[in-house]
Design a protein around this ligand. Sequence first.
Ligand SMILES: Nc1ncnc2c1ncn2[C@@H]1O[C@H](COP(=O)(O)OP(=O)(O)OP(=O)(O)O)[C@@H](O)[C@H]1O
Ligand SMILES: [Mg+2]
Length: 865
Amino acid sequence: MNRIFRRNPAKENAQPVEKKAFTQPQSDTLGLVPVVKILPDMLITSHNKFIKMYQFPPITAQAGGEEIDRIQKKYAQVLASLPPRTRFQITVIPEPMDPTPDLEHFFNLQQKWAKQGQENTTGLDDLDVFPGEQIGAATPPSFKSDSSSLNTQQIEQSARSFMALITNWYSSVNPITWRMIITLSYMPPFQPRGGLFGFGSRNGHYIEELSSRASVAREYFDQQGGLLLQAFKNQGLELIPLDGPSMAQVVWRVLHPTTTGAQESSASEALQKVLNKDAGPAGLRTVPDRAWLSPGATPDQIAEVLAPDNVREDPNVIYIDGVYLKGYSVYDYNPGSMVHLQQLTSFPGGFFGSLFVYVEDPAEIAGKLRSKETSLKGRSHMRRSKGFIASFGSEQEAAEVETTRAKMEMGLENPISIRFFILVAAADMNELKSRAQKMENILITLGAKFFATTHNQLHTWQTALPLSHIATQQKKRNMTPGALQTFFWPPQDRLFEEGGRYMGIDLNSGAPLYFNPLGKSSDRSPTLLAIGKMGGGKSVWLRTNMLIGLMQGNSVFAVDLEGEMEDFVKTYGGRYVKVGASSGDRINVLDVPLDDEEPLVSGVEQLVAFTSTVLGREITHGQEWNMLAEAYEAAIKDRLGSLNPKDWSPQKAPVLSDIADILEHMGEVGRSLSAGLKPYASGVYSQFFNTPSTLDISNERLVVFGLGNVHTASAAEIRKRAYLWQVMSIIWSETVSRHRKNSTHITDVFLDEVWVLLKAPGGAEAIENMARRYRKRQGILWMATQEVDEFLYHDVGRRILKIIGTTILMSQSDYAADGLQSLLHFSDYIRNTLVEMPTGKLVMKLPVGTKIVRNFVPEDVFGIL
Ligand SMILES: Nc1ncnc2c1ncn2[C@@H]1O[C@H](COP(=O)(O)OP(=O)(O)OP(=O)(O)O)[C@@H](O)[C@H]1O
Ligand SMILES: [Mg+2]
């Protein structure tokens, strides 16, 4: 059996047909369009029904698994509260996610670096060129960037690699989003004169007659729709009513499954369009414009706009415009685990589904159950009286039936019955076979009973239309609201924040995620901390974000304790500063923080932090603190001639021996502080610490401070930390100074193995301080640590956790996962995910919700993996 439909068959017949020649079309596809009239607030179908649709509100991209859980419970409560005889249809309509915004994101970065490459050769400064800011804007560049050593070509290449990566991801995974449409229908009790019109009737007179009853339909919807809306509203879920043209667009989606079945080619098409900016509007095949679907449109015009071009029905598949579909009728279902439902929602290419829901009259069902109960009881009584062992199964069933019946009689539970249809789609038969197999597997694991519809594909497809019309008959099944609660697909928005940066793939939505640590949310602290066990991917994650920061045009500073980042700098340019090497640059911890708002305070704090570090104990406000402040002021006056920052200059900054000398004359306490500073001021280490800075990084976009030598050599802990503070002080003053030159400039600072810093006396305070002031300076602090215990059970760790805006959790031991769960309050599901997580996957506790993310980076991007 082959049924073939063609748009304008007469015209098409004249042309040579494709290779796989169709037999003579039997009908035109216009006849398949079941909408005959679009009213401003309703549709009229060719089955004499008025239709009204509501859309389930999309769940914000912020929502994590827990939120969806909560919504599902609410949804079950909605179902339980609906009055008997309520009926509606739920249609799940997949839409392919459009890769265009992702591709444009990386394309813009690529273009920016291509341009930058050209400008660099002409010697233009690049520090003042940012996304959104035009070259040659009001503020002239303050210096020439002859020393900016970034490898622009390599960065441009990376942006290309990301475009390729995203394209491949979209083509192989086909991320989809979906809409959940709730449809109500009304059929006027008296059919128009002329009697029954078949499917596809477009008789003008009949439609006019039907339209004249619109006000009765409206009244009905006000009442029935009102009850439904109210039931949802009571649970805090507000349905969004659709207007006529939007409803027609929804119907178009189902009539054009191409929009979900054929993404294989669309990602690379989108890429092509983005690359040749001018080749028409980017994006996927989109729904027809609302203007074409106005209430003025005649039935023939509507059919013209909505109809597919070619439809062929075979016994096992239906073919529509290049996409093959296979239908299923699901006739029984046990609520399965969330995990499997997740599979259904991320099903490749998506699926169409229509669920017809009827709230039955409890009294009627209770009556039926009573007779079933009697018969079950009777049967087991009979078995017993005949000397058989009582059947446990039927006794148990009788007991269950009794409980259900009792609940219904007491009005505790609404009996609900459903009919459910599913269609899977693919662009070719092989892919369809594999998807069909996948769908069957999922349905089996879900505990669903189903059959593949044969010789009935057209009807199954028509049943999937949101028109409250079941074209293929099937016995209805009893369900309970609780069992239906997971049978539900709240649509999801993707997280793509303005100014956001690529943070990997959100494995729930299947789409790349863009988060802006400096974004609007008021509680947002631009401080991120990754915690994970050895080899969990922390350093790779940091380097990925260093590259993204570079691509975005930010300043990137990193502290490399392990000596792992030399490759990164070799690849992308910038400076690798070997700290503490005997030949090499020197950093003065007392460099005057000229660009700070309160340079004196800042300078004192810097000196206190350094002194704390070398003394190996904390210096809190009090006598010692005051003395250090006094000594600092005196040294400044001495060297710079005044306490007024206007008179200061970096070349004349004091050095440690100035401070030590002054402290020497400040009594016993002063002498003891001075003695602590001695080794650095005039002793063996003075060549590293008691010198004016020789390091100038003011023109560098990427600077990595390598402490590998210091870290692994036998240098005492204290000295290592002293070096660390040198580095931290220069990073801070550079951040401040860049922000002052350009208030939109972003600085990314990366600290791996941050625990080393934190455990130093005063370390936590210094980090806290920096983090607090960073937001104002457009600075983002990225940190990673392996030491879970230290964070969980030390005061310092807990304090730092409080200022962290975003926690990133990687693979954890059972023990660590328990600790983190109680501290960060996430679900058991997330806890278990953490323990089983492979390298490269992470749980991001963003200020906007928890996401499971894959840190997905192109393999040909160097210096990262
Ligand atoms: N996103 C990723 N994609 C692919 N491979 C990855 C990814 N992240 C990490 N890896 C692999 O795992 C290895 C270990 O990663 P990484 O060095 O980042 O772990 P770590 O948590 O910093 O470990 P350590 O605690 O030893 O410092 C990397 O060399 C790389 O091969
Ligand atoms: Mg590491």
